[in-house]
Design a protein around this ligand. Structure first.
Ligand code: FE2
Ligand code: FE2
Length: 350
């Protein structure tokens, strides 16, 4: 025990502080307050009962796989990639924690059901953030938590529909990210270079329960669940967020290769899983099995690379901007074509 304390003390002494920069978001509290949960009471009751059960409460315990261990044998690029991953997720989890904590507080008087749900979700995000915080200390990095002081935060206001769709989908996407990595490492343990990944199954389940809570909110709102406008809005957000997710795959290819994953295949598989998991909540889903879907996104990637190439050239800024216009137009055209592809209605199954 004394040895463990010594190690922890040494880690603390050697840790260098790094800045963690979570995003801070807010939206219309009035629109949240006006949500009538009674029309979908059963969906809310189930989602909140599942959150209250706190099934994964004891799943994030750092046992002997962490104690008396040093991760100093992970060096060079591999170490940089792991630290980058931990910092990125640490920021995202703190962002979720603060967002849900504040929503819970702001809705306390006006909508106690939503307030309760957000409070339970902030508990989970705090637990996730704490696991990542400790993981960073394993790599001698102490996350700077200056953002916990409210006066230092800069908030981004998102219109209600943007907020709802982006938060809902980020929960579903995270859930699928985590379970895909967990299942891959279970069948290829030789790539499991750090024990935090063993938490990913519970982590995925937590994020999935968060997605269920947001799913109940979306279903309770007729402007998001039925009618032509709802379908167009849904298709727009799915296309936008899936595209943004997919277009990131090249920037994470080295990290995923470290875990034995092919980045493009991993992103395609994750997006397909997400598309399947959202059928129960949304009026439609995209036809991501259609081979042209990812092929068209690959065309966008080529245009993005071209623009990056132009950006680093020595040309005048005005000339660079002019040269980039045709690529932006091509991306826009591809996105319009993707929007025109048929989607799959989920209405009959709901
Ligand atoms: Fe989380
Ligand atoms: Fe979450």
């Amino acid at each position: 025990m004394e040895y463990v304390e010594n190690i922890q003390l040494t880690t603390k002494v050697l840790a260098e502080e790094t800045l963690i920069s979570p995003g801070f978001y807010t939206t219309s509290i009035r629109k949240f307050s006006n949500i009538d949960t009674s029309s979908f009471q059963e969906a809310f009751n189930t989602a909140i009962a599942n959150l209250k059960s706190d099934y994964t409460k004891n799943d994030y315990i750092r046992d002997e796989r962490f104690f008396n261990q040093s991760w100093d044998h992970i060096k060079g690029e591999a170490r940089e990639l792991i630290v980058k991953l931990l910092e990125m997720y640490c920021a995202a989890e703190y962002s979720g924690f603060i967002l849900y904590k504040e929503l819970s507080h702001q809705l306390k008087e006006e909508n106690s059901i939503l307030s309760g749900g957000f409070s339970l979700m902030s508990r989970d995000e705090a637990r996730h953030a704490s696991s990542l915080n400790k993981a960073l200390l394993d790599f001698h990095i102490k996350p700077g938590l200056g953002f916990l002081k409210k006066e230092d935060r800069k908030y981004i206001f998102l219109p209600f529909s943007w907020f709802l769709y982006s938060t809902y989908l980020s929960e579903r996407i995270s859930s699928c990210y985590y379970i895909t990595i967990f299942e891959h490492l279970e069948s290829h343990p030789e790539y499991s270079i750090y024990p935090l990944f063993s938490f990913y199954k519970s982590w995925s389940e937590d994020e999935n329960r968060h997605g269920d809570f947001f799913g109940a909110i979306i279903k309770s709102q007729s402007q998001f669940s039925s009618g032509l406008r709802a379908r167009l809005v849904c298709k727009f957000f799915l296309l936008l967020i899936f595209s943004m997710t997919y277009l990131k795959y090249q920037s994470n290819d080295k990290l995923l290769a470290l875990l034995g994953l092919d980045a493009r295949k991993y992103y395609i598989s994750t997006i397909k899983k997400v598309n399947n998991s959202i059928r129960k909540d949304l009026p439609l889903v995209l036809d991501v099995e259609e081979s042209r879907f990812f092929e068209k996104l690959d065309i966008c990637l080529l245009h993005i690379s071209e623009n990056e190439r132009i950006n680093i050239s020595n040309q005048h800024i005005l000339l660079k901007s002019i040269r980039k216009i045709p690529h932006y137009l091509s991306i826009l055209l591809v996105m319009l074509r993707l929007f025109m592809l048929k989607s799959i209605s989920t209405r009959e199954k709901r």
